[in-house]
Design a binder for this molecule. Structure first.
Ligand SMILES: NC(=O)c1ccc[n+]([C@@H]2O[C@H](COP(=O)([O-])OP(=O)(O)OC[C@H]3O[C@@H](n4cnc5c(N)ncnc54)[C@H](OP(=O)(O)O)[C@@H]3O)[C@@H](O)[C@H]2O)c1
Length: 463
């Protein structure tokens, strides 16, 4: 990531880039491989600092955790007040808040910047989510704008908010990415097991979907992966890949943070847990003999079934993004960040993994109503959900009847129904809590808190 980001920076008019790696031979190799970049190599931190014009800007691209702390400490030793240290790795946002506070005390600016787009994005133009101070942004803005992806003429970078805001938003971006990928995987599984179509045939379905409202990078690469044949065996590559999904932790952080904030990101949580479930081979082997329904084709009318799955995917995707933006809103309120949700949707339109046409609709929704309480209630999305909900229900019913797991589809639908319900059984839960713990409850017809004397005469007391 660091090498490609440095090459990207060096390729832009007016930029000269000094580079430093803890292994000098890697620095030398990069300089030798890319003479066109005109890199200024450094062998130590003092040399690196001496090579930079003031205010100095360093972009750190190392592993999150101890490696990032060690690199920041070394830079603080050689930088001066007013200089800027940018952590472009995938740091956990509380670490960024801590580091920002500590570095700021030295007079040096610290910016945690989420960078999405993988190695290719780093080279050609990523989506960048910087936090940090307004002062740092004044210097950093033009630099980051010069290397970011461009969507419809606009660079995919914005000053997200102060201290850890950038890494917070990058974390939620990754959580949404988990949900999006899981939903696509469930759609593939349903079509495959429901119609018996081959991966290559399903690749055609995804390629077709990519020409409509689902158009996105993840749908596009899904078609590519499904079309790939394994050179060694001649079978579809997807059939020889071990079905145990890995994770680097950002999905789990998104869910843990949402739990702490009390924000129901159920689609992202299901996607994260689905990866965990897949990676439990011993439990899966032990459970393989548990009974389920007989395998029967799901669809009498294949084309209609596939269209239902497409609509279920779109509806569930709206829920996943709505939940993710809800978490950003809640995080901003908790941490005192002023985050423009429409601007976040815009910087995700290009460069990053969840880039999609759909993000324009999100930006429009927030432009239309900046205080929108829930994305899925914006007119465009409410209408799309109304159009898709019958298909969505049919798909979840069929998956359930057939014993095909579709946790993200099902939980997204339950979230949708939970929010639109006039009454929820939460009333009963309040009654239970009052029964065993005297936790009290509120009533629909009078203000105040109440307790029923459950172990006594069952009269009600106003508290
Ligand atoms: N790969 C992606 O698609 C992607 C996307 C977004 C964000 N990120 C984030 O970007 C960061 C870098 O990822 P990467 O994929 O580029 O990793 P990488 O290829 O493994 O490179 C890690 C770099 O960190 C250096 N390093 C490791 N430990 C260090 C230490 N203790 N002190 C100083 N330097 C140390 C390594 O030096 P040596 O060369 O000497 O080993 C190497 O230059 C991570 O935070 C990652 O989460 C990655």
């Amino acid at each position: 990531m660091g090498a490609n980001l440095a090459r990207n920076l060096a390729s832009r008019e007016g930029n000269t880039v000094a580079i430093l790696n803890r292994s000098p031979q890697r620095t030398e190799a990069l300089v030798a491989e890319h003479p066109e970049a005109g890199f200024v190599p450094a062998v130590d931190y003092a040399g690196f600092a001496a090579a930079l014009r003031r205010p100095r800007t360093a972009i750190v691209m190392v592993q999150a955790g101890a490696a990032t702390d060690a690199t920041i400490d070394a830079l603080v030793e050689v930088f001066e007040p007013g200089d800027i240290i940018v952590d472009g790795g995938n740091a956990y946002f509380p670490d960024t808040i801590r580091r920002e506070r500590a570095v700021r005390a030295t007079g040096i600016n610290f910016v945690g910047a989420g960078i999405s787009g993988g190695e290719e994005g780093a080279l050609r133009g990523p989506s960048i989510m910087p936090g940090g101070s307004d002062e740092a942004w004044r210097t950093l803005g033009p630099i980051l704008r010069s290397i970011a992806a461009v969507a419809e003429g606009e660079p995919c970078v914005t000053h997200v908010g102060h201290d850890g805001a950038g890494h917070f938003v990058k974390m939620v971006h990754n959580g949404i990415e988990y949900a999006d990928m899981q939903l696509i995987a469930e759609a593939y599984d349903l079509i495959r097991r429901g119609t018996g179509r081959s991966p290559a045939e399903i690749a055609d379905v995804f390629a077709e979907w990519n020409r409509g409202e689902l158009e996105s990078y993840l749908i596009e690469i899904t078609a590519e992966v499904l079309r790939q044949t394994d050179a060694a065996t001649g079978v579809p590559l997807v059939d020889v890949i071990l079905d145990q999904a890995g994770a680097k932790g950002t999905g789990a952080w998104t869910v843990q943070t949402a739990l702490a904030l009390g924000v129901p990101v159920s689609g992202i949580a299901e996607a994260t847990f689905a990866r965990s479930l897949s990676s439990r081979p011993e439990q899966r082997a032990a459970a393989a003999s548990l009974p389920g329904p007989e395998a029967t084709p799901l669809a009498a009318d294949e084309a209609a079934f596939i269209e239902d799955v497409r609509q279920a995917l779109y509806a569930s995707k709206i829920v996943a993004y709505s939940q993710g933006f809800d978490e950003i809103r809640a995080g901003a309120a908790e941490h005192g960040w002023s985050i423009d949700l429409g601007a976040i949707a815009k910087i995700w339109r290009a460069g990053c993994i969840i880039r999609a046409q759909f993000l324009n609709r999100i930006a429009e929704a927030y432009a239309g109503e900046p205080g929108l309480p829930l994305l899925m209630t914006a007119p465009y999305f409410a209408e799309a959900l109304a159009r898709g909900q019958e298909a969505w229900r049919r798909v979840v019913v069929r998956a359930t009847e057939s014993g095909i797991p579709a946790p993200a589809f099902a939980s997204s639908l339950a979230y949708y129904d939970g929010l639109r319900a006039e009454r929820l059984p939460a009333a009963l839960i309040q009654g239970q809590r009052d029964f065993f713990g005297a936790h009290s409850y509120r009533r629909v017809d009078r203000p105040g808190a109440f307790h029923t004397q459950w172990s006594g005469d069952r009269s009600e007391t106003a508290l």
